[in-house]
Design a protein around this ligand. Structure first.
Ligand code: MSP
Length: 503
C-alpha cells in the first residue's frame, strides 16, 4: 500500500517560522506512522518560488527573484532536518523539471477545452497572490487578510473554466465525504462551491515575468497558484533519479494545509486535476492558526515562541509534542513560551520522563535490572484497543486526539505506580509475586507508549526503546503484551530541567 503526504510549499519571500514548522511536523507524524505500518511512503515538502510575493520581496531587497529564492530555499531546506522531518524529497518550483511538468499538465487542461481568453477586471492582493471579489474587499479597498490597499487590475488573461466543475466538485464531495477533513472545513469548502463558481485567472500578463511560461502564449506566465499546486504531482516524475514515481504515489493520500489556503486546495486543485484527466487526492487535511497574542513571559524563553530557540535549548521532540498537544489539530489555538514550558515540565519531564526513570530505577533496585517474566500483566484492559484507536485517529487526521489517547495511558501508568507502591511491596516477602507483576507491567506499559509515541517523539522514543533493549518500533510492537524487555539499566532523565534563563 502506498501513502503520499505533502506540506504546502513555502513562499521564499520570508524566513521559516513557527507556522511552517507546524505543518511540516504534522505531515511528518503521518509519514512516520504509515512507514512503521510497513506502507510505501512518500513525504513531500518544498518551496514556492514564483509570483508576486517573491518578485516584490526581491525588488524591495534589491535582488533578483532567483537570487532571493536561492537564498531562502536553502533556509527552508535546512528547516526540515532541524524538525527531524523525514521528507523524501524537497521540491523547488524553479526546478526545470517542475516547470516542464506544469506546462504539460496545463497544456492538457487547455487541449481538453477548459481554458479560454478573457479579461480580468477587479481587485488583486499581491501579498496573497489572490483575486478578491467585491464582497471580500475591506473598507478603503483593502485586503481582508493583509489590510494593504488592493490593486485594481484590468488585463487580458487566460482563464481556467472553474465554473464548468461545479457539479463534478459537488459529486466529489458527496462520493468522498472525507475528502476534506475535519468536517467543519469540509462544510466551509462545500459552501464555497455551492455558492457558485466563477472562472479564475490561469495566467498573468506582461506585468509579471517571474513564473512558468505559458507554452501557447510566451508573453504570459502561469498564475502562481496553479504553478504551486502542481508541485504535488510534478515532483513524482523526478524526485528519484531514474525512476518515475507517479504511478506508485499518485493520487496523494493527504495534503496538509492551513485554513488560509483552503479554497486553493479544496476547490481549485481537484478541479484542475479533473480538467487534466488526473485522479484527485484522497484527503485535504486543514489545520488552523497558531495564535501568538499571549504576552506572558516564560522563565527561560522570553515571550516569543521561536522554534529555533526551543530546538536549541530543549531539542526538537518537545516542540513537536507541544504544537500537536496544546492546539487541537484543525482548530485555532493560542501558543506561548509559557505554555510550552508548562507542558514540558508537567507532561514530558514529569509524566513521561519521571515514569521512565522511576520504573527503570525500581527494576534495578529490586530485581538487579532483570525484568521479571510473568504469566500475565496487569492493565491489559486499559491498553486494550489502544493501538487501533491511535491508528483510527491518525487515519482521520486527528493528530491531537491520537496523542491524547496515548497520554491517557501514560497517566494511567503513573497512577498504577502509586496504587501498587512497589517500594512497599518490596518490603514484604509475601508480596514478591505482586511486585514482579507490577514491575513487568510498568516496563511493558512504558515500552508500548514509547512505540506509539515514536511518530511524535522520534528521538526520545528511539533512545528509550534502545535503553530498554527493545528497539523494535514497528506497528506489530505497538500492541501491549508483545513484551521483549528482559534487562534494564537506570534510564537517564529524558527531559532535563531548564530553569535558568541563559546568560
Ligand atoms: N506558498 C503557499 C502555499 C502553496 S501550496 C501549493 C503558502 N505559503 S506560506 O509560506 O505562506 O504558508 C505555508 C503554510 O504555513 C500554510 O499552510 C499556512 O497556513 C501555514 N502557516 C503560516 N502561518 C501560520 C500560523 N501562524 N499558524 C499555522 N499555520 C500557519 O501559503
Amino acid at each position: 500500500m502506498s501513502f503520499t503526504v505533502t506540506t504546502p510549499i513555502y513562499y521564499v519571500n520570508g524566513a521559516p517560522h513557527l507556522g511552517h514548522a507546524y505543518t511540516t511536523i504534522a505531515a511528518d507524524v503521518l509519514a512516520r506512522h504509515h512507514r512503521r505500518c510497513g506502507e510505501d511512503v512518500f513525504f513531500l515538502t518544498g518551496t514556492d518560488e514564483h509570483g508576486e510575493p517573491v518578485a516584490l520581496a526581491a525588488e524591495k531587497q534589491g535582488m533578483t527573484p532567483q537570487a532571493l529564492a536561492d537564498q531562502n530555499a536553502e533556509r527552508f531546506k535546512a528547516l526540515a532536518p532541524q524538525l527531524d522531518a523525514s521528507n523524501d524529497f524537497f521540491i523547488r518550483t524553479t526546478d526545470e523539471q517542475h516547470k516542464l511538468g506544469v506546462q504539460q499538465v496545463l497544456q492538457t487542461v487547455k487541449d481538453n477545452g477548459f481554458v479560454e481568453l478573457g479579461r480580468y477586471e477587479g481587485w488583486y492582493c499581491p501579498r496573497c497572490a489572490d483575486f478578491k471579489s467585491e464582497n471580500e474587499v475591506e473598507d478603503g479597498d483593502r485586503c481582508p487578510i493583509h489590510h494593504i490597499v488592493l490593486t485594481r487590475e484590468s488585463e487580458e488573461n487566460w482563464f481556467f473554466k472553474l465554473s464548468a466543475f461545479q457539479e463534478r466538485l459537488e459529486a466529489l464531495y458527496a462520493e468522498q465525504p472525507d475528502f476534506v477533513l475535519p468536517v467543519q472545513r469540509r462544510n466551509e469548502a462545500l459552501a464555497f462551491i455551492q455558492g457558485g463558481l466563477q472562472d479564475v485567472s490561469l495566467s498573468r500578463g506582461a506585468k509579471l515575468q517571474w513564473g512558468v511560461q505559458v507554452p501557447w502564449d510566451p508573453e504570459h506566465v502561469f498564475y502562481v497558484w496553479f504553478d504551486a499546486l502542481l508541485n504535488y504531482y510534478t515532483a513524482l516524475a523526478y524526485a528519484k533519479p531514474g525512476e518515475d514515481l507517479t504511478e506508485r504515489f499518485w493520487p496523494a493520500t493527504f495534503h496538509i494545509v492551513g485554513k488560509d489556503i483552503l479554497k486553493f486546495h479544496c476547490v481549485f486543485w481537484p478541479a484542475i486535476l479533473m480538467a487534466a484527466g488526473l485522479p484527485v487526492p484522497q484527503h485535504v487535511l486543514v489545520h488552523g492558526y497558531l495564535l501568538m497574542n499571549d504576552e506572558k513571559m516564560s522563565k527561560s524563553l522570553g515571550n516569543v515562541l521561536d522554534p529555533f530557540t526551543i530546538i536549541e535549548r530543549f531539542g526538537v521532540d518537545p516542540l513537536r509534542f507541544y504544537l500537536l498537544r496544546d492546539v487541537q489539530f484543525g482548530g485555532d489555538g493560542e501558543v506561548s513560551a509559557e505554555a510550552f514550558e508548562q507542558r514540558y515540565e508537567s507532561e514530558l519531564a514529569n509524566d513521561l520522563g519521571n515514569l521512565a526513570s522511576r520504573v527503570s530505577a525500581m527494576v534495578v533496585k529490586y530485581r538487579d535490572g532483570a525484568v521479571p517474566a510473568v504469566g500475565a500483566f496487569d492493565l491489559t484492559e486499559d491498553f486494550d484497543g489502544l493501538a487501533d484507536a491511535v491508528a483510527a485517529h491518525l487515519d482521520r487526521g486527528e493528530l491531537t486526539q491520537a496523542l491524547e489517547a496515548i497520554w491517557v495511558r501514560v497517566r494511567r501508568l503513573n497512577r498504577y505506580v502509586e496504587e501498587q507502591a512497589p517500594w512497599k511491596l518490596a518490603k514484604d516477602e509475601a508480596l514478591q509475586e505482586q511486585l514482579d507483576v507490577a514491575l513487568a507491567t510498568l516496563i511493558e506499559g512504558l515500552r508500548t507508549v514509547m512505540v506509539l509515541l515514536a511518530p511524535y517523539l522520534p528521538a526520545t522514543s528511539a533512545t528509550l526503546l534502545e535503553a530498554l533493549g527493545a528497539p523494535d518500533d514497528s506497528w506489530a510492537a505497538a500492541a501491549f503484551g508483545t513484551g521483549g524487555v528482559t534487562q534494564v539499566a537506570k534510564v537517564a532523565p529524558l527531559f532535563p530541567k531548564h530553569d535558568a534563563t541563559p546568560a
